[in-house]
Design a protein around this ligand. Sequence first.
Ligand SMILES: NC(=O)c1ccc[n+]([C@@H]2O[C@H](COP(=O)([O-])OP(=O)(O)OC[C@H]3O[C@@H](n4cnc5c(N)ncnc54)[C@H](OP(=O)(O)O)[C@@H]3O)[C@@H](O)[C@H]2O)c1
Length: 295
Amino acid sequence: MRPSLPGGQFTFPGTSMTVQRMGYGAMQLAGPGVWGPPGDPVMARAVLREALEAGVNHIDTSDFYGPHVTNQTIRQALHPYRAGLVLVTKLGARRPPDKSWQCANSPQELTDGVHDNLRNLGLDVLDIVNYRVVGSGHGTQEGSVAEQMTVLADLKRQGLIRHIGLSNVTAAQVVEAQAITDIVCVQNLYNLVHREDDLLIDALARQGIAYVPFFPLGGFTPLQSSTLSDVAARLGATPMQVALAWLQNRAPNILLIPGTSSLIHLRENLAAMNLTLSPEALVALDRIAVPASTH
Ligand SMILES: NC(=O)c1ccc[n+]([C@@H]2O[C@H](COP(=O)([O-])OP(=O)(O)OC[C@H]3O[C@@H](n4cnc5c(N)ncnc54)[C@H](OP(=O)(O)O)[C@@H]3O)[C@@H](O)[C@H]2O)c1
């Protein structure tokens, strides 16, 4: 029996998939710029294996990380996959040779994307597929997702996908998608500083839908705040640990997928679930994102 991580568990709605709320995001395993092989392939596989040994059973990935490389690394490290591991992947983008991120959301591109993920992960069926809207950078952009949801719902009926989620979406896009198919998770940019999704998180929590913040530690621009550092120093923790503990505390439907290519950071991130934030610390941390004019 695997260890149960502190931080609790979450069952995706309408599924039998229960995961530890502390998961792992695999994007950092590709080379610089999320392109090419890992800088240290042995370390990349070690990080994946240690995460699972510690009890992680939720890994976020995509075939456009690398491209293909991150999924292939997961397969090399973890296949055959242990029972209970939930691999969540995403479609909607492609990486041309200039290493840019381009939209890939036609029916053919989505179908090809499912088959790429199946092949590179070594699976017959994908646990959860998020449709990632390519908007402006990491920001959302309104626009219909009906065609893409219809394609994914069809791939689900064909048995190639178990469950469907969304990424980089607005509340209106979630509602539109739900009229077409069941949505089990939403993955958007959110952290201690970027709190544009506060209302969406609460709305999803009421429906039991998972909210999975990407860039929980700030992504390519690590979170920095004197308040965060002060709270961390008082707890004898690191700022990144406090940022994760704050997310864990923010809402019961938040699942954590911090990304790291380092064993030391992995251990630090997993240990963050042991932190208890006092009411005073939570008030101080909440104020980090409040516009200066309202202080
Ligand atoms: N849906 C989307 O559009 C989307 C977009 C971006 C990401 N994602 C997903 O979200 C996951 C998380 O996002 P992310 O990995 O981009 O960003 P993140 O988790 O916010 O931050 C990762 C960065 O923080 C560093 N880091 C990790 N743990 C640390 C620690 N304890 N102390 C100091 N630095 C630490 C990592 O470097 P080291 O490698 O050196 O630890 C890396 O540079 C990704 O892995 C991916 O699966 C999804």
